[in-house]
Design a protein around this ligand. Sequence first.
Ligand code: BGC
Length: 908
Amino acid sequence: MGLIVSNLKCDHRKNPLGIDSKNPLFSWELQSDEKNVLQSAYQITVKSGGHILWDTGRCECGRSAFIRYEGENLKSGTVCVWELTVWDNHGNMAAAQAEFETAFMNKEDWKAKWIEPVQTPAYHEPPQTSMDMGFCSIEAKDIKMQPAQMVRKEFILEKQVRSARAYATAHGVYYMLVNGQRVSDIQLAPGNTAYGDYLEYQTYDISSLLQPGSNAVGMVIGDGWYVGKVGIAGQSCQYGDMLGGLFQLEITYEDGSKAVVVSDEECTASAGHIQYADIYVGECHDAGKEQKDFSMPGFGADGWKNVTAAEYGYENLRAQYGDPVRVCDVLKPVKIWTSPKGEIMLDVGQVVCGHVRMRVKGAAGTKVVLDHTETIDREGNYQCNIIGKLILQQDVYILKGEGEEVFEPEFTFHGFRYIRVSGYPGEMTEDDFDILVINSDMERTGRFTCSDSRLNQLAHNIYWSQRGNMLSIPTDCPQREKAGWTGDAQIFAPTACFNMDVIAFLKRWLANMRIEQREDGQIPNIIPYLKAYHPNGVMPSNTHCSAGWGDAAVIIPWRLYENYGDKSVLEENYDMMKKWVEYIRFTAENELPEELENKLKEGKLTDKERERQKYLWNTNFHFGDWLTPSVSFNFETGDVDMIQSAFKTMDIVPTIFYVYSTGLMIKIAEALGKKEDQAYYRTLNEKVKTAFTEEYVDENGYIQTNLQGIYVLALQMGLIPEQLKRNAASRLDEMIKENGGKLDTGFLSVPFLLDVLCDNGYEKAAYDLLFQEECPSWLYEVKMGATTMWEAWQAVLPDGTNTSVSYNHYAFGCVGDWMYRKIGGLDKLEPGYKKILIAPVPDERIDSAETVYQSVYGKIAVSWKRNGQNMCVETVIPANTSARIKLPGGETVETGSGTYRYEYTMQM
Ligand code: BGC
């Protein structure tokens, strides 16, 4: 085959339609049947209609990822072809080309007006039902929701159309139709962002939908995250109280002349078939009220009302970045049964995020109600596992009575495995239901399997929790809060990077994080920020920003850089990270715990102690090592008291994250060539480390907070003096033994538990924890039939009782990262896997493992088989990378790209 160049990506996507980056990033992959292939040079030429916008000339450079466009200013609505030529170190050359198309590069390109259907503004919800969540107390009123609005406009096109694009977005969630046809399969557009400053619009190719003569465009707009209730607390109107739409059609006729059709006062609107559509409650579709042809020309829009034009400016509008949300899988129910209570129940066999498509026949007015849940009780009856009275996860379909009808909710999604179907007319079968799995449509990049089927199920569960929680933003869970909790995302980020191509998805979310960062540097715990958590809509200073959560601002960009090697993620977020660390520094320096504050007032605080306190971040509320099992759960009764783990660890955990974040800042400043900053963070990091050790670590290397998680974090962050590490690690090992060989780590420490054990010579103990089947453990969940990761280890009690927690929380799935690296043996030595480490750490309980990862440079594969002492390792190292292969129980080999196989007898 010689040299091939493929997988050309612009801004992380293949041939993207509608980008607005001024300097998009180009990446590609080399393939070759020769070994030790490195790129020696590349040339990129970007052209538009024959005109050269940028020509790099031949660059003697090995970089094949994230090359920044630096040509002429890109014009709006332009198709650009980029031609790529690459040369390798064997004298081969290869060429390929791809396209990208710009959307609106300037705000002035927008000619359309925001239009708002005449409606009563969506209810505000003054207090009624109160909910005390421990860390926030929320009040909400009866559920009241408004119908989705349909908007239409007719227009005449004089000539044959050559090409046409629609640019559209909404206040709410929407889909668009042209002449009766949906313009795309994107779901829940424009997605969930910090709308005030960051509202995405989508670009659609509508060339084939238009015709000379009469045409019509339509939009359906539901409450979504903009007007609807958001978050567990259910406060609505977070961004505005009026649904609105904005669209602009740019049409090029065959003869090259142009026409523009925009949303304006000529549009009309009507409430439609959707009685309400809420992300949390569910959707009600009254089929009798459908106006099927509303987006066709000539539709008699009787009773339709004029819309009003509104001024919102165009400053916050951005082109869709990264992959949109789509139906990414379709499952079939595996079982239908009638429960002891007489309910018709349906089992999907898998906890998912999405909704159903139902086929049904019956009389007009018949109402079918679908209640979604992740759990059933032990007798097989419906059981709701969600706390929060406003979260129903209920869809309602009212039949029109015209033969076979197909219902599919348009503006909601649920987290569920089971559905209770009420009111279905006649017999139903599995065939009448499709289960549509919905998430951001990202490429699956990683796969792991091994000889132990339980571990394979665990890897499956991790992947499915990722799918369930990456819908537009990274969320904690898809059934209850559906919120962008920062802590959960940072904990899971390394695992997420392996499973799916999350770079664009997380870069966009980080862009929202930058917007939501407060003046003083605080990062809200949830991005986009939810006012619902703070009843007045104002974040009280210092109380809602937690260590380990806010640190996502530093950790996630770093993890992305490590995994993809895209430096722009560090550059873009550098100021945010600095501000965050300054916030910590300021807080640590200026605030003292109450007891010490009093001592200071009484003049009893020594200068030395005051000085040390300046480097300890130990005031205010923090979630701490959240959900530390022994502190938060009663394994007998299943009772959960989440907040206890916060109270027990929130004095000590923040300083550990202060060390973590400053430690990363040293590396980040170095990667960006910021020498002064690097020195600054090094000094700060050392001072904080010293203060921590003096304050919390005794002369034997022991810590007073006698919890596994605290030891794990302290060891991981280098907070135990070198000569005492053995003691501390052995204490950790002891604690695990005392706990019956079970883990007792919370959210923040779990990611490091197995690594810390391995790094300190306790490999077997790490595997013992992994293979543990008693609660709490990963395989306990598998044993109890989990199909996703649970929020709490004892979600299902040993007797099979389901409890009221989330069954789809990816945080504890962070062990995936360890499994791929240590069992699979696939790891990185340089950012982006430019230099790969192949180093499986086999355990006698596993006979073989196979791990594949589609990196920025191409496919990396490792598979190994063990038969007693006989070992066989096979690996694929992609072109333009190199690898260090540490053969377990054998030698270490440095190598270039190629396929390698090693068979040998292990020396033990
Ligand atoms: C969420 C978590 C989140 C936490 C804050 C919970 O309600 O579901 O995953 O990180 O609150 O500690």
